[in-house]
Design a protein around this ligand. Structure first.
Ligand code: CO
Length: 134
């Protein structure tokens, strides 16, 4: 069901420092920071030949990554995102298999203007999983 790895998201407390690590130390192509208020994050997109890294900085009081960054002040892998062809079919299969879909189960429009859902980390080997319809 799942296809390509679309991105790995890393949440950080210092977006400039994280951007510098990827741009200057690792030599990757990075975007300018993009505020996504509806997602509660400021993001820098790191483009790699085969996938993307998204650096996430909490934005606003209710940011879904705020607590994660408090617990991981040095940063950490927050979620991984897999591509699916049909997000509703994917959701229905996951729910039928007993997986927990977060946020009420209705897809939201994600950072790439495509529908996304998040899946409970306890059902996926301790990793918060995002699925994105591409
Ligand atoms: Co993501």
């Amino acid at each position: 069901m799942i296809g390509r790895l679309n991105h790995v998201a890393i949440a950080v407390a210092d977006l400039d420092a994280a951007t510098s690590v990827y741009r200057d130390t690792l030599g990757a192509k990075v975007s300018a920071p993009v505020d996504l208020p509806e997602h509660g994050v400021t993001t820098v997109f790191v483009e790699l030949p085969n996938t993307k890294i998204e650096l996430l900085l909490p934005l606003g009081e209710d940011s879904p990554v705020a607590n994660f960054v408090k617990r991981n002040p040095g940063g950490g892998v927050h979620h991984i995102c897999y591509e699916v062809d049909d997000i509703i079919a994917a959701r229905d299969k996951l729910v039928a298999d007993g997986a927990r879909v977060l946020g009420g189960g209705e897809p939201k429009i994600g950072a790439h203007n495509k529908p996304v859902l998040f899946l409970h980390p306890k059902d996926f080997c301790g990793t918060l999983v995002e699925i994105e319809q591409v």
